[in-house]
Design a protein around this ligand. Structure first.
Ligand SMILES: [Zn+2]
Length: 325
């Protein structure tokens, strides 16, 4: 891939990536020329993101939060046992096969952590980094719990996490983000309708408090109609797409086309820091093509707005997302 000059790359932010999901070579971090928003998703990676952001404060925006794929590891009540929590959540049927699957899964699952504890450690992490965001959080109606998350390929159990449980965990995290004035990176898969309803509830409760934070619909898979509706109703929502998730569907070109030119961002959603730059750059080129924007080969800070290329526009959008423009 042909990358632009370092001066151009220095303007670019990958708004959603998971670099701590792979071992990180310090050399790769030294050579990194873009800014990366490093997501966390579960108990074990919050500290990895913390350390990465401490080591590379100018290249990494730390993002703390609990992803729906790990929401079953969180219990809503403080005084529940492991067995009771998972049994209530997954409600295995009486069939021998289903019970077997449940018992196998149960033996691999951790002791659940109470939501109150999750929120207080999240509060601590967000407060220790003034630039930290909430992410990755969200809703997912497509995933099933794997027997072993770290195994590849993952063998899936028949169990899913009820939407109500995911919503309770998401809502508590968003309430905290609004209280602390932090922006959000949101995952929403096969859950466009409940996501809209959630935004509605939040808007009704917080009014302008909700508008003071920005929310990025990361690797958004909404239908064009649904997306148009979200964009119209919630001026604090942004769109970011990735080649790895959205590139598979022609839908993403319609989303780019429909997206307010001031509210589009780019991301890699990659779990390998070595790939973040090229993956993000690929999406930059797609956005430029669909929007009919030029692609900068070198950087000129003093251009007229009518001459702005894709990188300058994306940079301004990121500043808008941060409420700095
Ligand atoms: Zn992600």
């Amino acid at each position: 891939m042909n990358l632009p000059s370092p001066a151009v790359l220095a303007q670019l932010t990958d708004v959603h990536a998971h670099p701590t999901d792979s071992p990180i070579d310090p050399q790769a971090m030294q050579e990194l020329q873009i800014t990366v928003c490093a997501m966390s998703s579960r108990s074990s990676d919050q500290s990895l993101v913390r350390k990465l952001a401490q080591s590379y404060p100018h290249k990494v925006v730390p993002c703390f939060g609990y992803h729906p794929w790990f929401s079953h590891c969180i219990c809503l009540r403080n005084n529940t046992t492991k067995n009771d929590h998972y049994r209530q959540l997954f409600s295995p049927s009486d069939s021998a096969e289903h019970l077997d699957a449940f018992n196998t899964l149960l033996s691999t699952l951790p002791v659940p952590i109470p939501l109150d504890d999750i929120i207080s450690s999240l509060r601590q992490d967000l407060q220790s980094f003034p630039n930290a965001m909430l992410g990755e959080v969200g809703l997912d109606r497509a995933f099933r719990i794997p027997y072993n998350y770290d195994e590849s390929p993952r063998k899936l159990s028949p169990f899913t996490v009820p939407l109500q449980h995911q919503l309770a965990i998401l809502r508590a995290q968003i309430d905290l983000a609004i209280e602390l004035g932090r922006n959000i990176s949101l995952h929403s898969v096969k859950a466009a309708q409940p996501t809209m309803e959630l935004f509605n509830d939040i808007q009704a409760q917080y009014g302008t408090g909700w508008h003071k934070i920005s929310l990025d619909l990361h690797s958004c898979g909404f239908s064009p109609e649904m997306f148009k509706d979200v964009q119209r109703r919630y001026p604090n929502t942004f769109l970011s797409l990735s080649t790895v998730i959205n590139g598979r569907s022609p839908n993403h070109l319609s989303l780019i086309q429909l997206c307010d030119p001031h509210r589009i961002l780019v991301e890699s959603d990659y779990n390998d820091i070595n790939m973040c730059t090229s993956q993000t750059w690929e999406m930059v080129q797609t956005v430029a093509q669909v929007k009919g924007w030029t692609v900068e080969t070198d950087w000129d800070e003093g251009q007229e707005p009518s001459e702005f290329g894709v990188v300058r526009r994306l940079k301004d959008n990121w500043l808008r997302f941060l409420h700095k423009l």
